[in-house]
Design a protein around this ligand. Structure first.
Ligand SMILES: N[C@@H](CCC(=O)N[C@@H](CS)C(=O)NCC(=O)O)C(=O)O
Length: 204
């Protein structure tokens, strides 16, 4: 049966659903998408509640210190920050492990994930058409680093020959790049030939 999805929400938090983790989310949010991907990959039952970020409910802002989505309710505790939630889920539910046991590999993946922040902020400007060609060139330059990294790993995915946590953390941002190829924004078309490994990664 399809999961019941709570749409947002007025002055009260919907009751928790027995046997499911509660995920506070927002449909367009790439950070929330990271957690949806990990929950689905690990087949963990969960109950999404979509928060209206334009008019956030008071119960949410008073509970979640950042006021942002995603947040996860688990073991009677609120967790927030997408990467922290993803790491928690991977350790708490060790079937289908999504991270390497090699600490150096994990650290390198974390650096890669963190370094995506600068690309993400330019992407939002692009979405709102608030960008000039110089900034777009910087964006492509930042993508060059991700292309180089994937090429040097020599595998289809950042996580190796299968999709791993690092891929799930990056994917929602790349997935949203397709909207920049819309006909009304031809100036922001990403040249695929410049990013052969990334292009293959995005459409394996
Ligand atoms: N570092 C956070 C970023 C989360 C984030 O920026 N979420 C946005 C939606 S995509 C949000 O909740 N914005 C509402 C706000 O900033 O008040 C994470 O990784 O979870």
């Amino acid at each position: 049966m399809a999961a019941i999805e709570h749409l947002t929400v007025g002055s009260t938090d919907p009751p928790l659903v027995e046997g499911k983790l509660r995920l506070y989310s927002m449909r367009f949010c790439p950070y929330a998408a990271r957690v949806h991907l990990v929950l689905n990959a690990k087949k963990i039952p969960y109950d999404p509640v979509y928060i209206n970020l334009i008019n956030k409910p008071e119960w949410y802002t008073s509970r979640i210190p950042t006021g942002k989505v995603p947040a996860l309710v688990t073991e009677g505790t609120d967790l927030y920050e997408s990467l922290i939630i993803a790491n928690y889920l991977d350790e708490k539910y060790p079937e289908n492990k999504l991270q390497s046991d090699d600490p150096l590999r994990k650290a390198k993946d974390s650096i890669l994930i963190e370094s995506f922040g600068k690309v993400g902020s330019i992407m939002y400007k692009m979405y709102f058409n608030d960008i000039d060609t110089e900034t777009f060139d910087q964006f492509l330059g930042a993508l060059d680093d991700f292309e180089k990294e994937l090429s040097s790993r020599g595998t289809t995915f950042y996580g190796g020959n299968a999709v791993k946590l690092v891929d799930y953390m990056l994917w929602p941002f790349f997935e949203r790049m397709s909207m920049f190829a819309l006909p009304d924004k031809p100036q922001f078309k990403i040249p695929e030939a410049r990013f052969p490994c990334l292009t293959k990664w995005m459409t394996p």
